[in-house]
Design a protein around this ligand. Structure first.
Ligand code: V4E
Ligand code: MG
Length: 211
């Protein structure tokens, strides 16, 4: 089920061409940050989290959980994604144990989950100026992984499900203005990592229509 307080991340990935930064600057985007971070993703041996499209990761020593808005649904909607992101460890522990069907433990370590992916991302984060009275902050991330994969994403965070549709329209519109709109889903870092390094896991997620 959706979590009342966690923001909803509406995102669309794109293939970043050499001219994308120029187009961003033309749209008035400002480079907000350049960062490097390692992500470690975890699941049960029988993949109960990722097969439910629930993504538990440790980023810069903090636990984070991304899950679809509606439990049992997928967060991939056509070619964009809508996920809630939890950052509070107590909430993450409850959501993960609920998904695994086990009692809520004191910490995640006691669930004996296994790391199935680990990679480093170098990210240039741009902020686009607000162009309407929605006050939705629009972020554009340009990512490069340590396994040589580049992907961009336009992201709008909203607070309620009612705002998702307008956020989807905005994300699509910005991709079109940047000249990076794709009618087919653009693979992300995770699906590319799994395809190259965890074929069986990747195949199972394809079969479950998670990826
Ligand atoms: C195009 C697409 N992306 C993700 C998924 C599934 N999925 C949902 S979350 C998720 C885990 C990775 O989330 P993603 O946004 O790709 O990574 P990143 O950009 O580093 O995280 P952020 O900094 O944005 O929080 C996946 C694979 C999918 N089925 N299709
Ligand atoms: Mg993302």
């Amino acid at each position: 089920m959706s979590h009342p307080s966690a923001p909803i991340e509406v995102e669309r990935k794109f293939v970043p061409g050499p001219e994308v930064e120029d187009h961003l600057l033309t749209l008035g985007a400002v480079l907000q940050d350049e960062m490097k971070f390692q992500d470690s993703y975890y699941d049960s041996p029988d993949l109960r989290l990722t097969l439910a499209d629930v993504w538990l990761r440790k980023r810069a020593d903090s636990w984070e959980l991304k899950h679809p808005l509606v439990r049992g649904a997928r967060g991939l909607n056509g070619t964009s994604t809508q996920y809630q992101e939890l950052n509070n460890e107590a909430e993450i522990i409850c959501r993960v144990s609920e998904e695994l069907g086990v009692p809520c433990p004191h910490n995640l370590e006691s669930l004996q989950l296994e790391e199935f992916a680990r990679f480093v991302t170098t990210r240039r984060k741009f902020l686009l100026p607000l162009d309407d009275n929605s006050n939705h902050k629009v972020v554009v991330d340009l990512d490069m992984t340590d396994f040589g994969f580049a992907v961009g994403e336009v992201e709008v965070l909203v607070q309620t499900k009612e705002e998702v549709q307008s956020a989807l329209v905005k994300v699509d519109d910005i991709c079109k203005k940047l000249g990076v709109f794709s009618i087919s889903p653009v693979p992300g870092k995770m699906s590319t990592f799994l395809k190259r390094n965890r074929e069986e896991h990747y195949r199972k997620l394809l079969e479950a229509h998670v990826l």
